[in-house]
Ligand binder design. Structure first.
Ligand code: 4AZ
Length: 263
């Protein structure tokens, strides 16, 4: 799970997380126990991006990111919720550092996973969590289904997370961010062939690699023009030339998300 792979089913799931964390330490004895996120970015804070949420298990171990889109609703990736149940997920807002104790820990009362999500294709990689109590942070808006032009090739997008800072690296203690250009669907097709499902996915990154999301960033936001437009989903390894990050194409799912946000 840790290698240069189709990192779709991020090791970062509720079901697999603890075992994988242990494996990581064995494979990399010098690695810090605390993981880092985003390859090629810079550190930032939850004060700068108050809508970015850590998704953790009940013991507080972060395994995915999420985005606050209303006081009680968090958008994340379906694959992050595999094997999970509302009782063993937490959403942590306002906590820049993985080892922090500040911010707000929210319990989850409901997990909606797109019923068409399948692990086999990573299509429909979207989920919405309902929090038991409101988060005291400003949500961010998300794209509407009519905004299909937001993914124009070359548009600058922002990625955020606590994921590893290199393909085989350890996680970041501190929230990180980077910007990457949106890629054309044809170039994404060139990279991934039929694994790239144009209706469900959008690619972002540099052809030379170097800047990307990585393990542990899954579920977190891809922002375009300050609006949530994608969800970190998968990729072949991290930051490799010719293997861009793949994000859920949120315009395809925004009406479904809106139905959940209003439920
Ligand atoms: C992951 O395992 C993961 N480079 C997320 C994003 C990418 C690869 C892996 C894209 O969570």
């Amino acid at each position: 799970m840790f290698g240069p792979r189709r990192a779709r089913q991020a090791a970062a799931t509720l079901a697999a997380g603890a075992a994988v964390a242990a494996t990581a330490l064995l494979a990399s004895p010098t690695a810090s126990a605390a993981p880092q996120p985003i390859v090629g970015g810079t550190t930032t804070t939850t004060a700068a991006y108050p809508f970015i949420m850590q998704i953790t298990d009940a013991s507080g171990r972060q395994f995915c990111g999420g985005t606050l889109v209303s006081a009680t609703k968090v958008v994340t990736a379906a694959h992050c919720m595999a094997g999970g149940s509302a009782g063993n997920v937490r959403v942590v807002g306002g906590r820049t550092y993985l080892n922090g104790t500040d911010g707000t820990v929210g319990r989850v009362s409901k997990i909606w996973v797109d019923p068409e999500y399948t692990e086999a294709t990573s299509g429909h990689d979207v989920a919405v969590l309902t929090l038991s109590t409101p988060m005291p942070y400003k949500p961010v808006s998300y794209v509407s289904s009519s905004q299909t032009g937001v993914y124009a090739a070359g548009t600058t997008a922002r990625i955020l997370g606590w994921g590893t800072t290199s393909e085989y690296g350890s996680p970041s203690h501190q929230l990180r961010t980077a910007t990457v250009p949106v890629l054309s669907d044809s170039s994404c097709r060139t990279s991934y062939g039929s694994d790239f499902v144009q209706s469900d996915m959008v690619c972002a990154g540099y052809s030379s690699g170097g800047v990307d999301t990585c393990q542990g960033d899954s579920g977190g936001p891809l922002l375009i023009g300050g609006v949530l437009a994608g969800i970190t989903s998968w990729g072949e390894g991290c930051a490799e030339a010719g293997s861009p990050g793949v994000y859920t194409r949120l315009t395809t799912f925004s009406d479904l998300v809106t139905a959940q946000v209003g439920s």
